[in-house]
Design a protein around this ligand. Structure first.
Ligand SMILES: CC(C)(COP(=O)(O)OP(=O)(O)OC[C@H]1O[C@@H](n2cnc3c(N)ncnc32)[C@H](O)[C@@H]1OP(=O)(O)O)[C@@H](O)C(=O)NCCC(=O)NCCS
Length: 178
C-alpha cells in the first residue's frame, strides 16, 4: 500500500498575487517568530504592506506560492532566480513555512513540489539552492526527500537571543520534466 501522505482535499496551492499581501505578511511575520528560529531575517526589516504587495507581483525571476485551507493562507514559499546573466542557470528556494496548526498534512511537500515544478519548467534553470538552519530537522528531511543534498555548512550565520545559528547549504540538480 502507498503510504505517501496526500494533500487534504480542502487544501490547495497557488501562486500568490498582490491581493494576498496582508495574509502573506501575517504568515511571514509569524514565521520570523518561530522557535527555534527557522529564519535569520528580522521582523523589523520585513517590507511593509505596500512593499509586500509590490514584491508579490509575479516577475519572470521571482514567484511566491501559497497553500490555502479553503481561503485561509496556511503556508508560503518563494522561488527566485539569480539575476546576473552568468548565474541565471540557478534559482533558490526560501521562506518555506507552514503554520504550526496545519503541519503534517503534506502542505510543505506540496509547496516545495510546486516551486520545483516551476523551476523545472523555467528554461535555462538547472539547479536550485537553499539554506536551512541546522536545527530545522523536519525541513531538512523534507528537502532531502526531493533529492536536495547538503554541500556545506555555514557557521554562525545569525544570532538570536544571544545564541548563534548555523545553516546548511543545500542544492538540487534539476532533471528535465519528461
Ligand atoms: C518544515 C515544514 C515547512 C514542513 O511542513 P509540513 O506541511 O508539516 O510538511 P509535510 O506534511 O508536507 O511533510 C513533508 C515531509 O517533511 C518531513 N517532516 C515534516 N514534519 C516532520 C516531523 N514533525 N517529523 C518528521 N518529519 C517531518 C518528512 O520528511 C515529511 O515527509 P513524510 O510525511 O513522508 O514523512 C514545517 O515544519 C515548518 O514550517 N517548519 C518551520 C519552518 C522551517 O523550518 N522552514 C524551513 C526554512 S528553510
Amino acid at each position: 500500500m502507498d503510504d505517501t501522505p496526500t494533500i487534504e482535499a480542502s487544501i490547495s496551492t497557488r501562486v500568490l498575487t498582490p491581493a494576498d499581501a496582508e495574509a502573506y505578511r501575517s504568515v511571514r511575520l509569524r514565521a520570523l517568530q518561530e522557535r527555534p528560529p527557522a529564519f535569520g531575517s528580522l521582523p523589523e526589516t520585513e517590507p511593509n504592506l505596500t512593499e509586500t504587495a509590490v514584491r508579490l507581483a509575479e516577475s519572470k525571476d521571482r514567484c511566491f506560492f501559497g497553500a490555502f485551507q479553503v481561503k485561509q493562507l496556511i503556508g508560503i514559499i518563494r522561488l527566485s532566480r539569480y539575476e546576473a546573466t552568468n548565474e541565471k542557470h540557478r534559482a533558490y528556494l526560501a521562506g518555506l513555512y507552514v503554520l504550526p496548526g496545519f503541519r503534517r498534512r503534506a502542505c510543505g511537500r506540496a509547496l516545495v513540489s510546486q516551486a520545483l515544478h516551476r523551476a523545472t519548467m523555467t528554461s535555462g534553470v538547472r539547479r536550485v539552492n537553499l539554506t536551512v538552519v541546522t536545527q530545522q530537522k523536519n525541513a531538512i528531511r523534507l528537502y532531502q526527500s526531493f533529492g536536495f543534498r547538503i554541500y556545506g555548512t555555514e557557521q554562525e550565520t545569525f544570532i538570536k537571543d544571544g545564541k548563534y545559528y548555523d545553516e546548511h547549504l543545500m542544492t538540487l540538480e534539476l532533471k528535465a520534466d519528461p
